[in-house]
Design a protein around this ligand. Sequence first.
Ligand code: 0CJ
Ligand code: F3S
Length: 332
Amino acid sequence: MTATPSPSPTAKRVLLAAPRGYCAGVDRAVIAVEKALEQYGSPIYVRHEIVHNKYVVQTLERKGAIFVEETAEVPEGSIVMFSAHGVAPTVHAEAAERGLATIDATCPLVTKVHKEAVRFAQDDYDILLIGHEGHEEVIGTSGEAPDHITLVDGPEDVENVEVRDDSKVVWLSQTTLSVDETMETVDRLKEKFPQLISPPSDDICYATQNRQIAVKQMGGQADLVIVVGSKNSSNSVRLVEVALGAGARDAHLVDFAEEIDEAWLEGVSTVGVTSGASVPDVLVEGVLEWLSTRGFEDVELVKAAEESITFSLPKELRRDLRAEAAALGSAE
Ligand code: 0CJ
Ligand code: F3S
């Protein structure tokens, strides 16, 4: 007698996005806090979360960093570091007035947008800054040319936009937006202002773009996409939206594996996993482990791009590290 084969359970697999996690600007900013703590000792004050990730902030707090929202909270004579998202010139001025030593961990790709804003404002353009209202980066960029910049918070906001001279208008953007939604906003702006000019180079950074491309590649095949990242991380939140837009049946943002709800796995055979640019990979490893204990052991990489870009540490820190190395050398 031949046994009737029982139906094989649906194969469970994980699609793991690459690239995911830390970008060059985040890596630099987090290392800058660690090096500053080693170099100058604790406490180092950091204005705003150095990057928008709970785990990173908690880890640095344990090492002696103190996070504040305003420069006014930093005791005179202390060291304050500015976060990767950048600050307005008024913040630099306030720190100088209070006699604070500053270390600027603004991502160089955000600084690039600040410089574009300054240049177009000098040429008296109206600058339409596409970005999310209240986001730290938008506050910093707007502060470079408050009289010339108008915020455009997505396609729906275009109808409210007014300019002084529609032959002299440029759009710039936050670095961590959805590429597709931004293009939709730009298309609508161009309908309204046909002479609108574009930024000299992409403002949405390489890391944001690459993480979205990878999620698009996996999205259509995934029943569920888990994005590791914090709720206030713009680029991480965008990955959830992009996954759903690419056809994933379901997508959720979690800070830690413990936040995954077992119910999300019902009827799921393919889980996509990725993480935002401010997320250390140890948190993704936690999610992969959690999934493997539920039968999702088979992990396939979905590779969208290679990344090799790195940024040198903030110049103030490099100067002091060099001086110390020189002092040590001459003492030998
Ligand atoms: O604005 C930036 C320079 C991005 C920093 C890295 O990501 P995150 O999560 O700290 O910030 P976003 O909210 O801008 O994505
Ligand atoms: Fe910079 Fe983009 Fe990362 S702007 S901090 S490289 S997400």
